[in-house]
Design a protein around this ligand. Structure first.
Ligand SMILES: [Zn+2]
Length: 460
């Protein structure tokens, strides 16, 4: 099965490129082919298209340069030869059995930033949205794509059943990412800021990764016959969370969005005892988990299971008003911050978690100030709210925290300790938990059924 993967800029933030340069390891063929008429059509089918027109061959080692021209056309040069590709067409560079390396954008590798290499044809086309520029996408077999993804997503030393679970989740995610990449004409992009990280080929693939991909080949998770939204994270700190308590609707920003039936929080305890009852129960549960030495959960073995961050009142006062103003001005965070009528950030009187999810994850917090109360909602926005610039206090590792607030004799806050569990959003599969379950004897099908309730494994 062919997958089309959008290649982002060096900072992994944009799908558009001002210009592109590739070098082929072997003889490459260059074709021009019409962009499919129907919007949203992925470019994967183009590699086998009968209507493609051969433009040139590029010898091994030749540089293929592509730049923007007027009106959405683009200019291609291979050695001394130059071509113009009219708008509405795709340049397809097929390295046949070789690889293509990027000379224009870089990726992090073992020896710092370098040229990523790709197996598969690369399609270059003009962006049709306001961003403009050139787009590049690699068209490759889905399992070749997974080889790149697993290298960065899960340690090769993990139990084979955990790696198999991750392989099925990552394969499913590629077919149904949270961001709809239909308008970009790709299935998925290569950035972890948006989808899951794909850095191209690495020189060697760990044998456990290869085994996991081969053993689960073509398998994806479905619900009602369609690929599921297979979210995953690193460590859920003893309990996973419901989708609607962490994510907003990607198109409307509605929060909470409609629930996703198979993304429901589950306990990671080997022998779950009691249900978490209500808001106070959730905080009590977090405190108990944090206080117990190493609880009997599938993920407590990880050093990401517990964390603590301490912020002094001086640090809070110095930065929180800046952060609040910045986040209120940024399009991606503004919908989740409710300022007081004064819109000012006064002297901080109190910080509290007002609403928690089923795992105890903070869904809404309030910061009480002399100028009125600020409300901050949604997992990632809450985690970013307490970043202290130029300090070791970065994005909180998770939203599953409780607060210990110290006050001076006048009753004013002197220090706030965030005591937290887990790393990441904690929705869907968690990698360290999958490892714990695998070591306790569960196979990948049981692990996937635990994290994605009510789903099936089907052949893609
Ligand atoms: Zn993406």
């Amino acid at each position: 099965m062919k997958l089309t993967v959008g290649l982002t800029s060096s900072d992994l933030k944009r799908l558009s490129h001002g210009s592109l340069r590739f070098r082929s390891s072997s003889l490459a063929k260059l074709y021009q082919v019409a962009l499919p008429g129907a919007a949203q059509t992925r470019l994967g089918a183009l590699v086998d298209s009968f209507s493609r027109k051969e433009l040139a061959s590029a010898p091994a080692g030749a540089t293929i340069s592509i730049g923007c021209a007027a009106g959405g056309d683009f200019a291609v040069s291979v050695g001394d030869r130059k071509f113009s590709i009219p708008a509405g067409n795709v340049l397809l560079v097929d390295p046949l059995n070789g690889t293509l390396s990027s000379l224009s954008f870089t990726r992090a590798g073992a020896r710092g930033k370098g040229s990523p290499s790709y197996r598969g044809a690369i399609a270059v086309y003009s962006g049709t949205d306001a961003v403009g520029g050139l787009r590049a996408a690699v068209i490759l077999d889905i399992d070749d794509y997974l080889r790149g993804v697993l290298q960065s997503e899960i340690p090769a030393s993990y139990h084979i059943e955990a790696i198999k679970a991750q392989a099925v989740a990552a394969r499913t995610y590629a077919l149904n990412p949270r961001v709809d990449h239909g308008p970009d004409r790709v299935n998925v992009c290569d950035s972890y800021l948006c989808c899951q990280y794909f850095g191209g080929l690495n020189t060697s693939l760990a044998s456990s990764h290869k085994t996991a991909i081969d053993a689960t080949s073509h398998q994806i998770l479905t619900y009602d016959g369609a690929p599921i939204l297979a979210l995953f994270s690193s460590n859920a700190g003893g309990h996973t969370e419901n989708y609607e308590n962490c994510f907003s609707d990607i198109r409307t920003n509605q929060f909470p969005p409609p629930a996703v039936p198979y993304l429901r929080g589950v306990s990671e305890a080997f022998h779950p005892t009691s249900q978490i009852a209500g808001q106070t129960g959730a905080e009590k549960y977090l405190r108990a988990l944090y206080a117990s030495g190493t609880p009997r959960t599938a993920d407590a073995w990880s050093h990401h299971f517990k964390w603590q961050v301490s912020i002094s009142a001086a640090q809070l006062e110095a930065h929180l008003h800046n952060t609040a103003a910045k986040m209120l001005a940024a399009a991606e965070t503004a919908p989740f911050i409710v300022p007081p009528k004064s819109a000012k950030f006064g002297h901080i009187l109190d910080v509290a978690v007002d609403k928690r999810g089923v795992s105890g994850s903070a869904v809404e917090i309030s910061v009480k100030t002399k100028s009125g109360d600020w409300k901050v909602r949604k997992e990632l926005v809450i985690r970013d709210f307490f970043v202290i610039p130029n300090s070791s206090i970065k994005r909180l590792k998770s939203a599953r925290f409780y607060l210990d607030i110290a006050r001076n004799s006048a009753g004013l806050i002197s220090n706030i300790s965030f005591k937290g569990l887990g790393w990441g959003h904690g929705v869907g599969l968690q990698q360290t938990g999958a490892q714990g379950w695998a070591k306790s004897g569960r196979d990948y099908r049981q692990i996937l059924a635990h994290y994605y309730q009510g789903t099936n494994i089907e052949r893609a």
